[in-house]
Design a protein around this ligand. Sequence first.
Ligand SMILES: *Cc1c(COP(=O)(O)O)cnc(C)c1O
Length: 310
Amino acid sequence: MQGQLCDSLRLYPDPNATELCQSLAKRAGLAVDQVFVGNGSDEVLAHTFQALLQHSEPLLFPDISYSFYPVYCGLYGIDKREVPLAEDLTINVNDYQGPNGGVILPNPNAPTGELLSLVAIGQLLTANPNRVVVIDEAYIDFGGQSATQLVPQFDNLLVVQTLSKSRSLAGLRVGFAFGQSHLIDALERVKNSFNSYPLSSEAQAGAVAAIEDEDYFQQTCQANIEQREQLAGQLKALGFSMTQSHANFLFVTHRSMEAAAIAAALRQQGIIVRHLTNSPRITNYLRISVGSASDCEMLVQALTELLSSS
Ligand SMILES: *Cc1c(COP(=O)(O)O)cnc(C)c1O
């Protein structure tokens, strides 16, 4: 990768990211015209909202979900209907029916980490045959099954993924989407009509190297999953309960101490956990990223002291 880059940095990058698209297509078992790449999945999502989700009926997404969806709706003037999560904070796909301009949801969802099965996603696709259903798989590699395998079967499915989470490459800015070629064509048209920001040569070379290093990828995902399960057990022993996370974070609430107070106390010790206040239903929850073994040890130590002194 290094040699290739030294030579090629004086040239403009390949505008089509050909080699990267081929790598992604091959790994997903799809054709190269079923792949779209962008500068992070946030850019892929921006093109998706503009190209595929602008309709007169409202776009559906969960009321507790990725915070950029309402932002993009505002930016592109798209009507939205936020569908409440079920009582246990899971998504019920039967709630995503009737007239709509499309559906978008993260799987696993953020910040809950709850996972939908491919059967449930198939039901969602079948119930919305004339609209695009976008499955945002930012966290799918931490224990879920990707919906990319449903692409040949459903012409209304777009699956969005990123190198930012499970490949630990957020700084590289590489995201991508899989879908049948008519959807990918629509994304390309929008992209080429208003911007010409291809992925940099470094991003393309780095992404190809990352995609091809399957062993390292499997190893790091597995390590994160094991760390997550260990941390979950330790937090339960400290009086926390939690959603069933299939992501690289836990979404927890404590039986006696308030989430805001826990977050503030941890912050004093330089430990940052996320206290989201945008929905009343989750104000007593914390989203805790699964860090390294020593990060987690520090967290558990701090919580043990905090909860025994409170
Ligand atoms: C992190 C995240 C993204 C965006 O990731 P990029 O770094 O822009 O690739 C998109 N959707 C969800 C649900 C995320 O958590």
